[in-house]
Design a protein around this ligand. Structure first.
Ligand code: ANZ
Length: 818
């Protein structure tokens, strides 16, 4: 008997688990609670290697918590709205729900075969009306609080998907879904006012830093992008008179070096202030500007372009008159959309000045060559020059303070903080999402759909009706669009946009706590009982989208009194990618690894073990370097132990072989710490060592009947239950126990077995080491002193002198002073 039948074993235990439901989270359990959350998948097909990895890693912790006696909430659902289902529906001339449901059914089956310890009694899909009803309800709550609003502005537009994108969804100037070049389009859109929470979202990171991966915390800090500086007011002299405009600068101390101003070419301001003679030039220029993404526009190495607006502005401290230009390197929706250009100390301003032939004036002497000649802006510390009262000063902080004081005194500016974070654009002109529950009435304007009329369900559209056309496909469902105004009863129309799927996933972690409640979004008492979630496992690609939005939602819900915490995820772990032959798996490279094939060849346990054993969870796993067959051989070796154990269950283990008992105790003890510090690969290595030690004991004099062999093999089964659930069950059964090993509890460790046999105590006389004694680690100070003084070498060193003092630090040191 060298192996077990993988397929039969998997089928057998799935049935048993189906009966026992070992992982149902009980709200009323008296046990301490733990919430193990892993990012829910988009149902775009069956599970793949990436899911296999993250579920295997996540399951180690969830299963460990159960074994440690916690009540564990480990739910799973599906983020099922979104473009892939809609695109598939257009291709196959069907409804997106058909595709979605088929994929979900397949994924659930695969998860169950994969033995992921999810509580399926709590599952839901975000595209269920029973779920999105509450997404809409939350939208209305945000709306009531002034946190959801509509505005007209240039937005990121994906010409391929024919929809707007949030800033977070534009990666390197292209759509993060389809890769098409993103352009700008002026549209009326819905926004969430996440900027109201910018400072708090930033401050919260100081605490999260201790339990969240560094790269996520850093990405959020950069994304929020807080900077300190000043608002400075310049007076514009336009063709129709004077007007004040504000700029935002981080370097108000360089104000004397501002030789021109630049306003964002696409900001409304530019068209308002342009001299009539220059209006056509601005318009022509704008056609070009609309083609570029924000990322391109901010790139330092991009050739500078712009238009002279034909007007001037007065510098508030020097009184100097400077020209005003429009360019695309200034962004319309950042700061105030206008800047003071200091070409000597800002590279983009310098490039612009050199391209347009504008003056450059150095105001900080850094000891470097003059930027006007070198074309290299200087930004280091130095001494102020050409700066009126600042001249001679060599301290940046005082320079900034002094200018701000002067501006404040003159009413021409003030210290200011700026954030890079923009409000969250949440409306999409696509079909497969939660409709925005607003009615537009010619009399009453925007009217929220009354709560008792939620959900606003999607009208039935299929195939070609879903084709993107720049406006929402919902607009074509005339019967659905035309409705009556809840306020005046007159004719009105529904908002035809749907919500970004990131709205759905911003609150799903709350819903798991009371997933079937059809009277409210979630039961606050239950949410407060389970949350914040103790561990969130998922991909680092969500560092600034989902993970920031979910934090924002939590803060708003806390302000609404619905939850009693302000951060949803206490700790986080990011897994690496599963790659193949050094490269990301992709269709074009043909290096994809099919999960189903791997499972068929090696079994679930061997694949799981391989993924967990591969290395630290954060590291990428190159499947080409893995050996799932090696994993399988190890699992069989472990399993064979359970057939060899020749003592009965419940045998008195204290009579067992001490050496093997020590190895078992040490392994179980360390395993806990390894799981808690996410060193799952080391955990597997330690179980391998324990298997080897047990095999050696059986084959040597100790023999299979020794109780220590049973104790060790049972420990192997329990530890393996975190990684290889099927093998663990098989072992447990062969060891004479009832299922399920997954809930049997963590093995007891006799602390005495963890104690080393002896430790070395050093004895010094007159500061020199005179003896080393092997003593028990628990030796008393008196016993250690006596043993030290009785040592012949120590006596020789004392040589009859009077012992004045003996300093004892048991069990390691004795210092004899004579
Ligand atoms: C003058 C100056 C002098 C600047 C200097 C920098 C260096 P952060 O740190 O990212 O907040 N700026 C302001 N609004 C802008 C806009 N809408 N588009 C493009 N650039 C803009 O950057 C703030 C700095 O970026 C501001 O400080 C401004 O340039 C520029 F030696 O003002 B500074």
């Amino acid at each position: 008997e060298t192996t077990y039948d993988i397929e039969a074993t998997e089928t057998k235990w799935q049935r048993v688990w189906e009966d026992l439901q070992p992982f149902r989270a009980d709200d009323d359990s008296p046990r301490e609670k733990r919430y193990a959350l892993t990012m829910f998948p988009y149902p775009s097909g069956d599970l793949h290697m990436g899911h296999a990895e993250v579920f295997a890693l996540h399951d180690v912790v969830a299963r460990y918590w159960w074994q440690r006696g916690y009540e564990v909430l480990n739910p799973m659902g599906f983020d099922s709205f979104g473009l892939p289902a809609e695109n598939a529906a257009i291709r196959n001339d069907e409804h997106p729900d058909t595709y979605t449901r088929a994929n979900i059914a397949r994924s659930i089956e695969s998860c169950q075969k994969y033995a992921a310890s999810f509580d399926w009694s709590r599952t839901f899909n975000t595209s269920d009306p029973g779920y999105y009803r509450w997404t809409q309800w939350l939208f209305l709550k945000f709306y009531e609080r002034g946190l959801a609003y509509r505005k007209n502005s240039p937005v990121n537009w994906c010409p391929n998907d024919q929809t707007v994108l949030a800033n977070e969804q534009v990666v390197g100037g292209v759509c993060d879904r389809c890769g098409a070049e993103v352009t700008k389009k002026e549209l009326t859109q819905w926004y969430f006012k996440i900027t109201d929470y910018a400072q708090e979202l930033l401050d919260g990171l100081d605490d999260l830093e201790k339990t969240w991966p560094d790269r996520v915390v850093t990405a959020q800090r950069n994304w929020i992008g807080r900077s300190e500086g000043a608002h400075v007011t310049f007076t514009l002299h336009t063709a129709v008179g004077e007007r004040d405009i504000e700029v935002y600068t981080t370097r108000p101390d360089t104000l004397y070096g501002a030789t021109f101003m630049v306003v964002a070419a696409d900001a409304a301001l530019a068209a308002e202030i342009v001299h009539p003679d220059r209006a056509q030039a601005l318009e022509d220029y704008l056609v070009e500007v609309r083609k570029a993404s924000d990322i391109d526009r901010l790139a330092t190495d991009r050739p500078k372009t712009g238009v002279d607006l034909g007007i001037t502005a007065t510098n508030p401290v020097s009184g100097e008159e400077i020209p005003v230009w429009a360019s695309d390197y200034v962004l319309a929706d950042y700061g105030t959309g206008a800047i003071m250009a200091v070409p000597a100390h800002d590279q983009r301003d310098l490039d612009f000045a050199r391209t347009m032939g504008l003056p450059v004036r150095r105001v900080i002497d850094t000891g470097d060559d003059n930027p006007e000649e070198t074309g290299v802006a200087t930004s280091g510390d130095g001494t102020y020059v050409n700066s009126g009262p600042l001249d001679g000063l060599a301290d940046k902080a005082s320079g900034i303070r002094s200018i701000i004081e002067r501006l404040e005194a003159d009413g021409r500016g003030s210290g200011a903080v700026n954030f890079r974070l923009r409000d969250w654009l949440l409306s999409r002109q696509r079909y497969w999402g939660a409709p925005i529950p607003i009615i537009h009435c010619p009399v009453d304007g925007e009217v929220p759909v009354p709560e008792d009329q939620l959900p606003v369900t999607l009208p039935m559209l299929t195939g070609a009706d879903l084709k993107p056309k720049g406006t929402s496909p919902l607009g074509g469902a005339t019967e659905w669009v035309n409705t009556t105004c809840p306020t005046c009863g007159g004719p009105a129309t529904r908002d035809t946009d749907t919500m970004d799927t990131f709205v759905d996933s911003s609150w799903y972690m709350f819903r798991y706590c009371s997933p079937h409640d059809d009277t409210q979004a979630f039961d606050s008492a239950k949410v407060n009982m389970w949350m914040p979630s103790d561990l969130y496992v998922g991909g680092v690609e969500h560092a600034v989208l989902h993970l920031l939005y979910g934090r924002f939602f939590t803060k708003v819900l806390n302000d609404m009194g619905m939850v009693d915490f302000r951060e949803p995820w206490a700790a986080q772990l990011n897994q690496g990618f599963v790659i193949n032959k050094g490269k990301k798996m992709s269709k074009s490279l043909g290096n994809g690894v099919n999960l189903g094939d791997q499972l068929a060849a090696f079994g679930v346990d061997a694949v799981r073990l391989t993924l967990v054993f591969a290395g630290p969870p954060e590291d990428d796993i190159d499947w080409a370097n893995m050996s799932p067959d090696g994993s399988l051989r190890f699992l069989q070796r472990a399993w064979r132990l359970s057939g060899d154990v020749a003592s009965a269950p419940g045998v008195d283990v204290t009579a067992g072989d001490v050496a093997l008992r020590r190895t078992t105790a040490r392994t179980v003890h360390d395993a806990a710490e390894l799981v808690e510090t996410y060193r799952f690969n080391v955990l597997v290595a330690r179980v391998m060592e324990l298997v080897n030690a047990t095999r050696k004991a059986i084959d040597s004099g100790v023999g299979p009947a020794d109780p220590a062999v049973r104790e060790a093999t049972e420990a192997v089964a329990v530890l393996l239950s975190l990684v290889a659930p099927y093998t663990a069950e098989e072992m447990w059964e062969r060891l004479g126990h009832e299922p399920t090993v997954a809930r049997t509890g963590w093995p007891a460790v006799d602390e005495a077995l963890l104690v080393e046999d002896t430790v070395t105590a050093v004895v010094q006389v007159k500061g020199k080491v005179k003896a080393r004694l092997e003593v028990s680690p628990g030796i008393s100070e008196a016993d250690l002193e006596a043993a030290a003084l009785a040592d012949a070498g120590v006596q020789r060193a004392i040589d009859g002198a009077t012992v004045r003092k003996v300093i004892v630090r048991a069990p390691k040191l004795v210092n004899v002073v004579v």
